[in-house]
Design a binder for this molecule. Structure first.
Ligand SMILES: Nc1ncnc2c1ncn2[C@@H]1O[C@H](COP(=O)(O)OP(=O)(O)OP(=O)(O)O)[C@@H](O)[C@H]1O
Ligand SMILES: [Mg+2]
Length: 475
C-alpha cells in the first residue's frame, strides 16, 4: 500500500496536481472529473464521505472538492476528518444549500475550508481557477522563506544582490523553481529579467531540457506564430518544408516569452490556449499538439495599463500573472550597486588581464549617486569601459563617463563626442555612421550573433536593426 506523504510541494514538482471529487451524484462527479482533467489535474472520485476519507488516507491528494450532503459521512464531517489526518490537504466545498453568507459556511471556514462553490456554478472556469489559486497560495505559505546565509551574501544563482528587494526576488525564484507555474517578470530594461528567467529554468526539474527565448516584439505576427508553433510544408508561400516550432523544441523545458506586451492580440488568443489547454496547432496543420512547457514571460510595460487600454487581453494577463515577479530598478537598491560593480570589475579585469583592485571612494560615490536609467546593463557597460580605460590600480572617478559624474543620464546611444575630433576635415555624418556601425558590431558580438537580442541591447526594433545591419553589410 502506498503511504501518503502530505507535503506542500508534492504534486507540483513536475507531476499534475491531484484532486479528489466527492459527490453522491454520479453525473456531477463525471462532469467535475472532465473539467479538472481538462485543466491538467489528476482526478480521483468518491461517491460518499467514507470512500473519500479512506482515499485521502491512502493516496496523496492536493485538494478535495466535496459535496455537503452525502450518505454515510457528510462534507462537514469529511472536512473535520481531513483536517485531523492530513492538514495540508486543501478542502473546498460545493453545495446548493449554502451561500457565502450562511452561518454553516462561516463555521466550515473556521474549520479550515478553503472555498465554497455554490451550485449551480455560475462559471465553471472560476472553480478550476480558484482551486489553482488555493494551490499557489498554499505553496507560498509552505515554502522555506529563509535563504541560506551564504547565498544571501553575494546573491543567488548568479544574480548578484543582497538588498531586501532582491532577497524577495530570490525568495520567489527559489519558490517557483520547484513548480511549473507560469511566471510574469516585469521591470525596467536591464534589470535582469532574462537572467532571472534562466535562473528559474536552471534550478528547475526542467533544467536538463531546453530553455528557449523568444522576443515577441521582434517579428511580425505571422512569423511569430510559425516560430512558436511551427508550420507544415505548404502552409504559406515559402514554407517549402515542415518546420518545428520553438514550443516543440522546448518540450519538457521552458519557453521565455520576452516583451510579451508587444505580442499581437490574435496571437495572444492562441497563447492563452497554450496556457489553458496546453495545446496548440502548427500553422497549416489540422491536428493539435500537446505542449509540455513552462512559460516565463517578461515585459517592461505596465501590463495592467495595456489591459485597460485594450492592447492586452485580460484573460491572458491572468493566465500569465500566476506568479508575478517585479524586478526592482537599480536605483531602488543602492546597496547593490557597488556589489554588482565589483562583480563586473573582476569579470572584466580578468578578461582584459588588467590588475585593478577596486574603485576609489570618489568613484564609489559617483556610482552610488547616479540614477542608472539603463540599470544593471548600463552599469556593466560603464565598468567594462572603465576597466578598458583605467591606467591606475583602481578605478578613479575621472575614468567614469562624464554624464555619470554630473549625474546626467547618458545621451541617446551613449556616444561621447570627443572634442579633439571636431576640427578641420571633420565629417559629422561619417563620424556618426562610424559610431552607429561600431555599436551594431558590438551588440552583435555581445549577443552571440542573435539579431533580435542585438536589436534589444541597442533599443532598436528588429526592423530598424535589420535595416542598419544591411546598410553596413554586417552578418
Ligand atoms: N543582479 C544581477 N547580477 C549580475 N548581473 C546582472 C544582474 N542583473 C542583470 N545582470 C546582467 O545585466 C544584463 C542585463 O540583464 P537582462 O538581459 O536580464 O535584463 P532585462 O531585464 O531582460 O532587460 P531588457 O528589458 O532590456 O531585455 C545582463 O548581462 C545580465 O547578465
Ligand atoms: Mg531582456
Amino acid at each position: 500500500m502506498k503511504r501518503p506523504v502530505h507535503t506542500a510541494r508534492e504534486g507540483h514538482g513536475g507531476g499534475k496536481p491531484r484532486i479528489l471529487i466527492a459527490d453522491d451524484e454520479q453525473s456531477m462527479r463525471e462532469w467535475m472529473r472532465l473539467l479538472f482533467q481538462r485543466d491538467g489535474f489528476e482526478v480521483f472520485t468518491a461517491e460518499d464521505g467514507i470512500v473519500a476519507r479512506d482515499l485521502v488516507g491512502r493516496e496523496y491528494v492536493d485538494v478535495v472538492l466535496t459535496d455537503i450532503r452525502m450518505p454515510k459521512l457528510d462534507g462537514v464531517a469529511l472536512l473535520a476528518s481531513i483536517r485531523e489526518s492530513a492538514p495540508d490537504v486543501i478542502v473546498t466545498m460545493m453545495t446548493a444549500h449554502w451561500t457565502r453568507d450562511s452561518a454553516e459556511w462561516g463555521e466550515a471556514q473556521q474549520k479550515g475550508a478553503g472555498a465554497l462553490f455554490e451550485k449551480p456554478f455560475r462559471d465553471v472556469n472560476l472553480v478550476t481557477m480558484q482551486v489553482r489559486q488555493l494551490l499557489e497560495s498554499r505553496r507560498l505559505r509552505h515554502e522555506n522563506t529563509v535563504l541560506r546565509q551564504t547565498t544571501a551574501q553575494q546573491g543567488f544563482a548568479g544574480i548578484i544582490g543582497r538588498s531586501p528587494v532582491m532577497l524577495e526576488v530570490f525568495r520567489l525564484v527559489e519558490m517557483v523553481c520547484r513548480t511549473n507555474s507560469t511566471v510574469l517578470l516585469s521591470g525596467e530594461s536591464g534589470t535582469g529579467k532574462e537572467l532571472v528567467a534562466r535562473a528559474i529554468h536552471d534550478l528547475s526539474l526542467r533544467r536538463s531540457r531546453t530553455f528557449v527565448a523568444v522576443n515577441c516584439g521582434a517579428m511580425p505576427e505571422a512569423l511569430l506564430e510559425s516560430e512558436l508553433f511551427g508550420h507544415l510544408r505548404g502552409a504559406f508561400t515559402g514554407a517549402d518544408k515542415d518546420k518545428k516550432g520553438l514550443i516543440e523544441a522546448a518540450e519538457g523545458g521552458t519557453v521565455f516569452l520576452d516583451e510579451i506586451g508587444e505580442m499581437p492580440l490574435t496571437m495572444q488568443v492562441k497563447l492563452r490556449r497554450v496556457l489553458q489547454e496546453r495545446k496548440y496547432r502548427p500553422v497549416g496543420a489540422t491536428e493539435e499538439l500537446a505542449a509540455d512547457i513552462r512559460v516565463i514571460a517578461a515585459t517592461n510595460r505596465d501590463l495592467p495599463k495595456s489591459v485597460a487600454d485594450g492592447k492586452f487581453r485580460e484573460d491572458l494577463f491572468y493566465r500569465l500573472n500566476v506568479i508575478p515577479v517585479k524586478m526592482p530598478a537599480l536605483r531602488e537598491r543602492a546597496e547593490d550597486i557597488v556589489l554588482i560593480a565589483d562583480h563586473f570589475l573582476s569579470k572584466y579585469t580578468r578578461e582584459m588581464s588588467k590588475s585593478i583592485d577596486g574603485f576609489s571612494p570618489d568613484a564609489v560615490a559617483a556610482l552610488g549617486a547616479y540614477r542608472w536609467p539603463g540599470n544593471v546593463r548600463e552599469l556593466e557597460n560603464v565598468v567594462e569601459r572603465a576597466v578598458a580605460l583605467e591606467s591606475e590600480r583602481r578605478i578613479e572617478a575621472g575614468t567614469l563617463p562624464d554624464n555619470l559624474r554630473n549625474g546626467q543620464p547618458a545621451t541617446a546611444g551613449g556616444a561621447q563626442l570627443d572634442q579633439a575630433t571636431v576640427e578641420a576635415g571633420f565629417n559629422l555624418e561619417r563620424h556618426l555612421q562610424d559610431i552607429e556601425r561600431s555599436h551594431l558590431e558590438r551588440a552583435l558580438e555581445r549577443s552571440g550573433g542573435v539579431q533580435t537580442r542585438a536589436a534589444d541591447v541597442l533599443g532598436l526594433s528588429f526592423r530598424q536593426f535589420r535595416y542598419l545591419a544591411k546598410k553596413y553589410g554586417l552578418k
